[in-house]
Design a protein around this ligand. Structure first.
Ligand code: AMP
Length: 216
């Protein structure tokens, strides 16, 4: 099974992808996380991607596709995997279909309004040490500024700054929204209301998955 989470920045792809990953045992493959790791480690891909990410642009299709190709070839992806933040262009969608053509696929498109997106991104806080994600009001850590999981200091992602958020939303509308039309034409496309608490969105996803014969 290949489960693809579509949706704007801040639509909940990471949070819901992680919850579904825990339920299914399928690893969550996030190109954003893979790129941030490459930046932290000073890898060549990271050096190329850092400025683009900070400006809210898209890293080129070949680079991100290479990251995905390597990651989904790992043994833990054999039974299935969850894509979060990839594909972001039609070319990337075609690339993953070419890399792994026979896998059944379900596309979950998280629909959220612009106000929700801005609120979620501006309040998002992440732990650079372990990757855990919080929200100052919606999903606050037990102690403000401190990671519940590992005790690390929480920070705002550099690309969650308001000026970069505007650019990411523009890029999303321009490059990624056409991808929704691409998937909407397929029988495996499911739009899911992404508003509200993560638990409620998860319940909607679980209902979709049950309907597809894949109860979580
Ligand atoms: P995310 O964590 O998914 O919001 O991704 C953070 C940033 O990484 C994006 O704003 C892009 O700059 C870059 N990125 C992540 N995934 C992709 C992708 N599939 N294609 C191009 N750039 C990506």
């Amino acid at each position: 099974m290949r489960l693809i989470f579509l949706g704007a920045p801040g639509s909940g792809k990471g949070t819901l992808g992680e919850m579904v990953s825990r339920a299914t045992g399928f690893p969550r493959v996030s190109t954003g996380d893979l790129l941030r790791k490459a930046v932290r480690e000073g890898a060549p891909v990271g050096r190329k991607a850092e400025a683009i990410m900070k400006a809210g642009g898209l890293v080129d299709d070949a680079t991100v596709t290479e990251l995905v190709r390597d990651r989904i070839a790992a043994p833990d992806c054999l039974g299935g995997y969850i894509l979060d933040g990839y594909p972001r262009t039609i070319a990337q969608a075609r690339a993953v279909e070419a890399i792994d053509p026979v896998r059944p696929e379900i596309v979950l498109d998280l629909a959220v309004g612009e106000e929700t997106i801005v609120n979620r991104l501006s309040g998002r806080r992440v732990c650079p040490a372990c990757g855990a994600v919080f929200h100052v009001t919606g999903m606050p850590p037990k102690t403000a500024g401190v990671c519940d999981v590992c005790g690390g200091e929480l920070v705002q992602r550099p690309d969650d700054a308001p000026s970069t958020v505007r650019e990411r939303l523009r890029v999303y509308r321009e490059a990624t929204a056409p991808l929704e039309d691409y998937y909407r034409g397929k029988s495996t496309y499911r739009a899911v209301d992404g508003e509200g608490y993560a638990e409620d969105v998860y319940a909607r996803i679980a209902a979709v998955m049950a309907g597809e014969g894949h109860p979580l």
